[in-house]
Design a protein around this ligand. Structure first.
Ligand SMILES: Nc1ncnc2c1ncn2[C@@H]1O[C@H](COP(=O)(O)OP(=O)(O)OP(=O)(O)O)[C@@H](O)[C@H]1O
Ligand SMILES: O=C(O)C[C@H](Cc1nc2cc(Cl)cc(Cl)c2[nH]1)c1ccc(Cl)cc1
Length: 324
C-alpha cells in the first residue's frame, strides 16, 4: 500500500519471503519512478519539469536543483527552508503542495503540485488589468492562502503576482517558499517586528533575515527601514497586488530599485482615474507605513470590497471567473 509522511514520502511494499513471513520493504521515491516531460520554467538555481508518476500516472511539477550550483551559490539554507516550510503547509488548496523530496548524486528534487495555468503575472500582462469581479476572486483566494500561512507560523516575505501560480482550473497556488520565515511561535508577531531581536527560528534565520529583501516593488517599509519582516509585511504586499490587478501596474515603480524604495518609504503613490472607490479604500488601509496600523486579515475579509465572497471551502469549489 502507499502511504506518505510529509516530505520524506515512503511507500511500503508487503512481500512474503521464502519462509512464508510477510516482509515490509520501505522505498523512497526516486527519479526512476517518474517520466519527465517538458520544461515548465527555469529559476536562478532550478529547472521545473512536468513529470508523471509511472505507477499512478499522476502529473506533477518537479523542481530540480543542481547540488554543485546550490553549494557554490551558498543556497543550501534556502533549499532546506523551502523544504521545511512546504512540509508544514500540507492542507490548503491555495498553497503548492510538496509530495516528495529526494536526491541523486547530482541533483535535488522537489515533487510539487502541477500548476498548469502559469503565473498570475502572465495572465495579468495578457489582460492589461482585471475587472473588480476577477480582482475580488483572485484577491480572496490569495488572502485565504495567506491567512493559512500565518496560522501555520509562516511569513511568505516575497508575495507577488509571479509567485501566485494558477492550476488547470485557474485557481490560485502560491509558491516560492525558499525565502519564507518560519516563526518559532506561530501565535506571535502579527505586526510586531522581530528578526535579530525577535524570535528567529535559528541563528541562520537571523543573518538570512538580515540579508534577505524581497522584490523591490512589493517590499514593505519595515523591511527597508529595520530589515525585519512580520506577518503584516505580507499584507503590505497583498495591498500592492490588489492595486496592480486593477491598475495593471504596481503602486510603487520607479526607474531603479533605489528610487522605488524611496517611493515606498515616502508612501508616494497615486490611484489612476477610474480606480474603483471601494478598492481604493481597501488599498489605502493596507498601504500604511506602520505595520500595526494595517487592516488585519479578519477585517480585510469583512471589507466592502469582498462583499458577497463566500470564504472557506465554498471559495475554492466555485468556478474561477472568466478573465475578461
Ligand atoms: N508547481 C509548479 N507548476 C508549474 N510551474 C511551476 C511550478 N513551480 C514553478 N513553476 C515555474 O517554473 C519557473 C521556475 O520556478 P522556480 O520556483 O524554480 O524559480 P523562481 O522562483 O521562479 O526563480 P528564482 O529562483 O530566480 O526566484 C517559474 O517561472 C514558475 O512559473
Ligand atoms: O531528502 C531529504 O528530504 C533531505 C535532503 C536534505 C539535503 N541534502 C542536501 C544535499 C545538498 Cl548537496 C544540498 C542540499 Cl540543500 C541538501 N539538502 C533534501 C533532499 C532534497 C531536497 Cl529538494 C531538499 C532536502
Amino acid at each position: 500500500e502507499e502511504w506518505s509522511e510529509r516530505g520524506a514520502a515512503v511507500s511500503a511494499k508487503q512481500e512474503v519471503d521464502a519462509s512464508g513471513h510477510t516482509q515490509t520493504r520501505l522505498m523512497k521515491k526516486g527519479v526512476k519512478d517518474f517520466n519527465f516531460g517538458r520544461t515548465l520554467g527555469e529559476g536562478s538555481y532550478s529547472t521545473v519539469l512536468a513529470a508523471t508518476d509511472r505507477q499512478t500516472l499522476k502529473e506533477y511539477a518537479i523542481k530540480v536543483l543542481d547540488k554543485r550550483h546550490i553549494i557554490k551559490e551558498k543556497k543550501v539554507k534556502y533549499v532546506n527552508i523551502e523544504r521545511d516550510t512546504l512540509n508544514r503547509l500540507t492542507e490548503h488548496p491555495g498553497i503548492v503542495r510538496l509530495y516528495y523530496t529526494f536526491q541523486d548524486e547530482r541533483s535535488l528534487y522537489f515533487v510539487l503540485d502541477l500548476a498548469s495555468g502559469g503565473e498570475l503575472l502572465g495572465v495579468l500582462k495578457k489582460m492589461g488589468s482585471f475587472d473588480v469581479e476577477c480582482t475580488r476572486f483572485y484577491g480572496a483566494e490569495i488572502l485565504d492562502s495567506v491567512a493559512y500561512l500565518h496560522s501555520r507560523g509562516i511569513i511568505h516575505r516575497d508575495l507577488k503576482p509571479e509567485n501566485v501560480l494558477l492550476d488547470r482550473d485557474m485557481h490560485v497556488k502560491i509558491t516560492d517558499f525558499g525565502t519564507a520565515k518560519i516563526l518559532a511561535d506561530p501565535q506571535r508577531s502579527g505586526s510586531g517586528n522581530h528578526g535579530a531581536a525577535g524570535d528567529p527560528i535559528d541563528g541562520a534565520e537571523t543573518d538570512r533575515a538580515m540579508s534577505f529583501v524581497g522584490t523591490a516593488e512589493y517590499v514593505s517599509p519595515e523591511l527597508l527601514r529595520d530589515k525585519n519582516a512580520c506577518k503584516a509585511s505580507d499584507l503590505w504586499a497583498f495591498g500592492c497586488i490588489i492595486y496592480q490587478l486593477l491598475a495593471g501596474r504596481p503602486p510603487f515603480k520607479a526607474a531603479n530599485e533605489y528610487l522605488t524604495f524611496q517611493k515606498i518609504l515616502a508612501l508616494e503613490y497615486t490611484f489612476p482615474d477610474g480606480f474603483p472607490e471601494v478598492a481604493r479604500d481597501l488599498v489605502e488601509r493596507l498601504l500604511v507605513l506602520e505595520p500595526a496600523n494595517r487592516l488585519p486579515i479578519e477585517h480585510i475579509r469583512n471589507h466592502r470590497f469582498f462583499e458577497g465572497v463566500q470564504w472557506g471551502k465554498g471559495l475554492w469549489r466555485q468556478k474561477a471567473p472568466r478573465l475578461k
